[in-house]
Ligand binder design. Sequence first.
Ligand code: DCP
Ligand code: MG
Ligand code: MG
Length: 424
Amino acid sequence: MRSLRDSEDEAEEEEEEAGWLCRAESPSSGRPAVPCSKTLGRSGNSPSRVIVHIDMDCFYAQVEMIRNPELRNKPLGIQQKYIVVTCNYEARKFGVTKLMLIKDAREKCPQLVLVSGEDLTPYREMSYKATELLEEFSPKVERLGFDENYIDVTELVDKKLQEDRETPEVLVCGHVYNDQKLNVNDWAHTRIAAGSHIASDIRAALYNRLGLTGCAGIASNKLLAKLVSGTHKPNQQTALLHDSQSHLINSLDHVKRIPGIGCKTNKRLESLGLSRISDLQACPVTLLEKEFGSSAAHRLQMLSHGEDDSPVAPSGPPQSISDEDSFKKCSTVSEVKMKMEERLKNLLIRIAKDGRSPHTLRLTIRQFSPTNKWFNRESRQCPIPPHIIQNIGTDNPFLLPPPACDKINAFCPFVQQSVRPSLL
Ligand code: DCP
Ligand code: MG
Ligand code: MG
């Protein structure tokens, strides 16, 4: 089944995979390109870091419930094509799940209210509002898809512990993973406890100012924060004390559950016979190096132990703006061109709101493949001369200027070659 995830999310997913390839040097080359556990000491984790991961509850459904409060107490599904991409927790009580076929969801819950989620604009806008709010807490905020962010709160923790040194924190706000008891004499424990109070303040701000609820995970690195945030859902938070790190990572039933191990890396690991976390932990690093190169091999093994030294990399404004369409029911190049003009108009509206000038136009075509969504992607791109975007910022930014249509024409041979009857 084709994933219906937004193209920007997909780009991020792809980057996640591509990141492996960038970090990995060729197997025959010399030293790792990034610090590995050998150079960073036992874990590669800096025990002083405190990272919060936030994932919004049933994000698209929540946005729709904020737009229309009458939907709040009803089971609600967000429909894209034939699929419920997400549903609120009311619907989940009936057994409706994310990415369920509409037909199956209706069987589980005949009173399910369906709202179209084809237009991503409201979700995108809310997503950026949330990130902006988080940036008020710390400049180190990294977006991960539409509804997740990492926040490095290390400096806030330092400040809090400094301020509270007469009355140090003895309680964790929210859950503690594995119900572990806080040891107030353990410096790392008090830091996570302080982080849990900051996470609670962040969640309160998201709710009070944007009406959004979500889950938070508090841990010493991004990997663990993400893993622990989903352990109590919805609208709850969980802190991870370092003693329970291996328990958490070993609770994963497959290496593909490790954030950062995507589809391609998983396939390569499976080709080496590695599917369980313990397989990866026990695998001789030389074997991994042959497949992935030294740098990625070490990183993979660090991840399998719950160790992750990657910094929270501030995302800043998006570097590209994209839109996509499945081009269903299009059988001629002129129909495709008409659809492309619609998408371009939509992009122009967003560019006008953004205020920056675009300089490259890229068209990516993905042939439908039920088995492999990464297969058969092809792109063409060209620079955009400044006069093409002359209307942006004027009273009528939505009028597609004729030179933009010329650009579409320039892509025609590529489109022509891609519109094959078998795919329509
Ligand atoms: N999404 C999508 N296609 C997917 C997965 C997700 O369009 N294959 C969208 C719909 C979700 C949003 O991304 O609302 C966030 O994804 P999550 O996995 O975080 O799911 P939710 O936020 O909906 O639910 P949860 O409360 O489980 O986090
Ligand atoms: Mg979510
Ligand atoms: Mg999410």
